[in-house]
Design a binder for this molecule. Structure first.
Ligand code: GRF
Length: 204
């Protein structure tokens, strides 16, 4: 399966997925392209280190729809097609337009650093601390036009500890993200995810 990854920053989730592919823990999949909206994203260096093509696509003055159409074009040229590919959002700090989400319907995954539907949007770890939650975690979900609202594929809980600051909690959650995302990708690539309304059934 041909995978495209959209990134904006550090790229640690990208790295986790690439590591799993490299060591054969995810079989039958290749990351064909990593697309960043930020030319300085560390994720581009992660891609280069793994011999994966990296592209910078900046929005500039284009509308969201036009920009997303350029992303779709770049994905398809790299073989990541709406009928057979998989698009991963890995710290991609933009909201995708409806036409893009519709085009790749059921073939876009995202990872979010909370147990959705708690704490959607930005700074989820900070939100969990401010709320006084005792447990948070991470969620891999299918992408739908509404932000952080799609069907849940994998969740991993993480305790919030007394005295945690945002950095400590984020680091604890991130360690689980690096397991959850590769697991979700593996299940998708193996064809074991069935979407039933807003539920995801995982087949044995
Ligand atoms: C992660 O915490 C992810 O859950 C969120 O953005 C962060 C990206 O980190 N969507 P990285 O770029 O994968 O290191």
């Amino acid at each position: 399966m041909d995978i495209g990854v959209l990134v904006s920053g550090r790229g640690s989730n990208l790295e986790a997925v690439l590591d799993h592919i490299d060591r054969g823990a995810i079989r039958g999949a290749e990351v064909r392209v990593v697309i960043s909206n930020d030319p300085n994203a560390r994720a581009l260096r992660v891609a280069a280190k793994h011999g994966v093509k990296g592209l910078v696509l900046e929005q500039g003055r284009s509308s969201r729809e036009d920009y997303d159409a350029r992303i779709a074009d770049a994905l398809q040229r790299s073989g990541v097609t709406p009928d057979g590919g998989l698009v991963l959002l890995a710290g991609f700090m933009r909201i995708l337009s409806k036409p893009f989400v519709e085009m790749y319907k059921g073939r876009i995954l995202n990872i979010h650093p909370s147990l959705l539907p708690a704490f959607p949007g930005l700074n989820a770890q900070r939100q969990a601390l401010a709320y006084g939650a005792k447990v948070s975690g991470c969620t891999v979900h299918f992408v739908v036009p509404d932000v952080d609202a799609g069907p849940v594929v994998v969740q991993r809980p993480v305790p919030v500890k007394e005295g945690d600051d945002e950095e400590a909690l984020s680091a604890r959650i991130l360690r689980q993200e690096h397991k959850a995302y590769p697991e979700a990708v593996r299940l998708f690539v193996e064809g074991r995810l069935r979407l039933e309304g807003r539920k995801v059934r995982v087949q044995r």
